[in-house]
Design a protein around this ligand. Structure first.
Ligand SMILES: C[S@@+](CC[C@H](N)C(=O)[O-])C[C@H]1O[C@@H](n2cnc3c(N)ncnc32)[C@H](O)[C@@H]1O
Length: 240
C-alpha cells in the first residue's frame, strides 16, 4: 500500500483521538444488522468531510468509509451467518470502505482478508477498525477492477452500484472473478445502477435502523451473486 500523505495521516489520527468531541468527529458504533462489529463511524459525514478538508487544505472524496452502508451490512451479516463460505479461504473485500465486510470475513474464520479501496482514508479506517475488533486485515490501495481478483477464493463487495462510473467496471470485474470459479457475493439495497438482470438473490434482510443518512428510506437489502453464462455485460451502466 502506498503511504498516506503525512497531513492526511495526521488528520485521520486527530479524528480518531477526538472521536467523542462532537458532530465533526467519529464514534465507535455497532451497525444495526451487524452488532458483532465495532466501527469508527461519523456523527455527521458532511461535517466530518468539512473538518478533514479544513485540516488538510484540499478537497477530499466523500468519507464513505465513515458510514456502514446497508449493502455492506448485508454481506457482513450473510458471511457471519454462513461462516463456511469464507472459513480457511483467501478473501478479497473490494471497495471496502470502513472494512465492515472484511471484519466479518475475518471473524468468520477466513485464512486471509484483503481490504481494497482507492481512498487512503478508507484504508486507514480499515486498519483502525480491524484493531477495534481484534482481527487481522491486509489493505491494498491499487484499483483492481481491471483484473480478476488474483488468487482470491472469495470476493465480497458491499454497496458498489451507486454510480455509473463505478457500476460498469465493478460488474465486469465481479463477473470475471466469478467466471474463473471464485465465489462472489455483493450486497445492494436497490441502488440506481445495480444490474439486477445479471444477479441472482442469495439472501434478503429487512432494514429497520438506517446506517448512512442516504439510507434513511431503505427498507430491504439483498445479497446477490452473478449469474454465469449469460454473455458479456459491456456498457451496462451507461446503456440504461
Ligand atoms: C458506498 S461505499 C461502500 C463501502 C463498504 N463496502 C460498505 O458497504 O460500507 C463505496 C466504496 O467504494 C470505494 N471505491 C470507489 N471506486 C473504487 C475502486 N475503483 N476500487 C476500489 N474501491 C473503490 C469508495 O472509496 C468507497 O469507500
Amino acid at each position: 500500500m502506498s503511504p498516506m500523505p503525512l497531513s492526511d495521516a495526521g488528520a485521520f489520527n486527530a479524528l480518531l483521538m477526538s472521536r467523542v468531541d462532537g458532530c465533526d468527529g467519529l464514534r465507535l458504533a455497532r451497525p444495526a444488522l451487524v452488532p458483532e462489529v465495532h466501527l469508527h463511524l461519523a456523527e455527521d459525514a458532511i461535517v466530518l468531510q468539512a473538518r478533514l478538508e479544513a485540516q488538510t487544505g484540499r478537497r477530499l472524496a466523500a468519507p464513505f468509509w465513515a458510514n456502514a452502508w446497508v449493502g455492506g451490512q448485508a454481506v457482513a451479516r450473510y458471511v457471519l451467518d454462513h461462516p463456511h463460505l469464507v472459513a480457511g479461504r483467501r478473501v478479497l473485500d473490494v471497495a471496502s470502505g470502513s472494512g465492515i465486510v472484511s471484519i466479518a470475513a475475518a471473524m468468520a474464520g477466513a485464512a486471509t482478508v484483503t481490504a481494497n479501496d482507492i481512498d487512503q482514508y478508507a484504508l486507514a479506517a480499515v486498519i483502525a477498525n480491524a484493531r477495534a475488533n481484534s482481527v487481522e486485515i491486509e489493505v491494498h490501495a491499487r484499483d483492481l477492477l481491471d483484473g480478476d481478483g488474483g488468487d482470491a477464493e472469495v470476493v465480497l463487495a458491499g454497496d458498489v452500484f451507486y454510480s455509473p462510473e463505478l457500476a460498469g467496471p465493478m460488474l465486469a470485474f465481479l463477473e470475471r472473478v466469478a467466471a474463473r470459479g471464485a465465489r462472489v457475493l455483493v450486497g445492494d439495497p436497490g441502488r440506481d445502477y445495480v444490474p439486477r438482470h445479471r444477479l441472482e438473490v442469495v439472501a434478503g434482510y429487512p432494514v429497520s435502523l438506517a446506517g448512512a443518512a442516504e439510507d434513511a428510506l431503505v427498507k430491504w437489502v439483498q445479497v446477490f451473486r452473478p449469474i454465469l453464462g449469460i454473455g458479456p455485460a459491456a456498457h451496462w451502466a451507461t446503456a440504461r
